[in-house]
Design a protein around this ligand. Structure first.
Ligand code: FAD
Length: 414
């Protein structure tokens, strides 16, 4: 009997177990066991996509991924979004594509994605042991073969570390995988929170709850690193919303103390149009400045911007000086917000960094140090953009490991 342990019953672990058994010719001679730390498998899947599970993205090109992108290419090409959708179709789960290539289950319920995976595991006879925390790995030589031993007790022919990263500890992931892989000499690229909100210095609490479509530049040490566009959510600690979260991994991994997000809060208007708007308001408007920009943005945002550029909100619009108008025009198109740091792993959706991919074979995901030891999913130094990319990586890498182990067992049996 060939025994396979998958440490972690999350997205990649479940996909790995299913793909493995789909590929096995003689299922009676293998035992696949998922060892899961929490009382149930797949807890994190339930909260993905705000409970709807954005399970992949049709534009899942390599450009949507960070970390060791060269390593991730093979798995992502072998298991494209179309192929992962087919995989779910075979489990009876159908999907719908929405804006920007985001794919959701037709049910609109993350629970149905987890159910599809769980029921297929049950049907295939996968053994699931919950409340099992793996903390220790080693190999032993039995004389005939080498076995991998978990927690100094349980022996397996193959072990897959599918423990995830450090993000969202409440869903079971707090970096155990890194500690176990270090026991075999693997290197960990320093983990950092990604897809997370940003803390700002001295940020005005008055903006809490305001949302605004903005264009934004991430500027580190005076150099523009990246730009983005979309709805920014202002909070009592700083900035949030999908486009901000997309930029967050670059904040997390940067050693610099000079990080800014420059917001253009009226991306639909050019600088010239904003200037003309301000001049025209000054010509006709005898009201207070606090309402000056109410026609083009949220009123609280207008008040905040005026305060930031030292224009009195109770001044009459028709008395604004040219210099004051210039300051207002400038801040509307380029509001420089100093970033303190990204929020902690507890608030992050994924982990940037992780086990160093160079120490693994990209076509099998097997360790170059220990035969029959594999990894898949977020434990690797691979992270994706918001929009289904991270689950795409979890399914693709998990399935690649499953297929590899399945084929290896078939070859040994034949
Ligand atoms: C709030 C939130 C929303 C998200 N939404 C999306 C989305 O819509 N689309 C998307 O693509 N991505 C999304 N993600 C990211 C995505 O969920 C993860 O990237 C993906 O689940 C990673 O898969 P994984 O299998 O590597 O790890 P995980 O799914 O995190 O699973 C790891 C499993 O291992 C278990 N485990 C950990 N340590 C041990 C141990 N020592 N012993 C035994 N078991 C252990 C954990 O309990 C867990 O069940 C979201 C993440 C969060 C937190």
């Amino acid at each position: 009997m060939t025994k396979i342990a998958i440490i972690g019953g999350g997205a990649s672990g479940l996909a790995c177990a299913i793909e493995l058994l789909h590929n096995i010719e003689n299922k009676n001679d293998v035992e696949v066991t998922i060892l899961e730390k929490l009382p149930r498998v797949g807890k994190k899947i339930l909260v993905t996509g705000n409970g709807r599970c954005n399970l992949t993205n049709m534009n899942s090109a390599v450009s949507g991924f960070r970390g060791d992108t060269a390593f991730s290419q093979y798995a992502l090409r072998e298991y494209t979004p179309e192929k992962n959708i087919e995989f779910f179709n075979r489990l009876g789960l159908y999907t719908r594509e929405e804006d920007e290539g985001r794919v959701y289950p037709l049910s609109n319920q993350a629970a149905s994605v987890l159910d599809a995976l769980r029921f297929e595991c049950e049907r295939l006879g996968v053994k699931t042991i919950c409340d099992y925390r793996a903390v220790h790995l080693k190999t032993v030589d039995t004389g005939v073969t080498k076995k991998i031993v978990i927690n100094n007790r349980d022996r397996f022919d193959f072990v897959v570390v599918a423990c995830g990263g450090k993000a969202a500890k409440v869903h079971g992931t707090d970096g155990d995988g890194y500690d176990m892989l270090k026991m075999f000499g693997h290197t960990i690229v320093s983990p950092a929170p990604a897809l997370v909100s940003l803390n700002c210095d001295e940020f005005t609490k008055a903006l809490k709850g305001v949302r605004s479509i903005c264009k934004m530049d991430l500027v580190i040490d005076g150099k523009k690193e990246l730009e983005n566009y979309g709805e920014v959510q202002f909070t009592d600690y700083g900035l949030s919303g999908i486009p901000i979260m997309q930029l967050s991994r670059f904040v997390s991994v940067s050693p610099s103390n000079d990080i800014k997000i420059n917001l253009d809060v009226t991306p639909d208007f050019s600088k010239e149009q904003i200037w003309e708007y301000l001049i025209s308001r000054r010509n006709v408007d005898t009201g207070l400045c606090e309402n000056l920009l109410s026609g083009i943005m949220n009123k609280q945002l207008c008040i905040t911007l005026l305060k930031e550029c030292q224009v009195a909100v109770n001044k009459r619009v028709n008395t604004l000086t040219d210099d004051e108008l210039k300051r207002i025009a400038k801040i509307i198109k380029n509001w420089e917000i100093k970033i303190k740091n990204s929020r902690s792993f507890d608030y992050a959706q994924v982990t940037a960094g992780g086990v160093d991919c160079k120490e693994f074979n990209d076509e099998t995901m097997e360790s170059r140090f220990v035969k029959n030891l594999f990894c898949c999913g977020e434990v690797f130094n691979v992270d994706g953009d918001c929009g289904g990319y991270n689950l795409q990586w979890a399914w693709s890498s998990g399935r690649l490991v499953g297929k590899t182990i399945g084929e290896r067992i078939n070859n040994a049996q034949n």
